[in-house]
Design a protein around this ligand. Structure first.
Ligand SMILES: C[S@@+](CC[C@H](N)C(=O)[O-])C[C@H]1O[C@@H](n2cnc3c(N)ncnc32)[C@H](O)[C@@H]1O
Length: 190
């Protein structure tokens, strides 16, 4: 392969990630236009002090007011990253992060709130805390940035009317997915 061919393939790969990030998927939800900028008044970051809570000693995110089913709570902010275009051998700095959310599996794009983020980085997984999650991550479209992102929503009522909303003071809990915990049990953090 000539040097030129190699360079042109790298550029294409970078462009592919960028174009995936900047293309609105049909099924993405818009961030509601009235969502305030800055700290989110719907939630509070609180230390977890109950000894029966599996994340005791850490923090969690709690509702600052009653939240109805289907409410958009806040965006999941973090460093948006994609694989290095040259596939270089340097270790992936996000591989072991407990704050890294996948945005596009095909392109390997993720949002990592380990070093930078907002309140959403404090949301715990429901396992060992509640019977089921009361919130979920859903992809959003940020019309201002013209960019894909992830948002946190109160679980909707659903057909069975299961989503009951989140009461003021309750912890906001999502499901990280079994893969998150499976990787940690096996000691393989990738
Ligand atoms: C995205 S962080 C959540 C915020 C974290 N509690 C904090 O204070 O920074 C993910 C980490 O929180 C902890 N965690 C979240 N949910 C948990 C659960 N259900 N049981 C045990 N630990 C949990 C684990 O240490 C996990 O790696």
């Amino acid at each position: 392969m000539t040097k030129f061919m190699l360079i042109s393939r790298l550029i294409n790969k970078t462009n592919a990630s960028l174009s995936a990030l900047k293309s609105r998927p049909n099924d993405a939800y818009n961030i509601p236009l009235n969502s305030p900028k800055g700290p989110c008044s719907l939630v509070r970051i609180m230390p977890v002090t109950s000894p029966t809570h599996p994340a005791c000693g850490q923090s969690g995110l709690f509702a600052a007011r009653d939240l109805k089913p289907g409410t958009f709570i806040l965006q999941y902010i973090g460093e948006i990253h994609a694989p290095s275009p040259d596939g270089s051998l340097t270790p992936d700095p996000h591989a072991n992060s407990d704050y890294d959310l996948s945005l596009d599996r095909e392109q390997g794009i993720g949002i990592d709130a380990q070093r930078k983020g907002n309140e959403a980085r404090f949301i715990n997984d429901y396992r060992g805390i509640a019977e089921k999650p009361n919130a979920e991550f859903k992809e959003v479209w940020d019309e201002e940035q013209k960019e894909r992102g992830m948002g946190v929503w109160v679980l909707g009522e659903g057909k069975s009317g299961k989503g009951k909303g989140v009461k003021k003071g309750e912890e906001i809990l999502v499901s990280y997915g079994r893969g998150f915990w499976g990787a940690r049990k096996s000691g393989d953090l990738d």
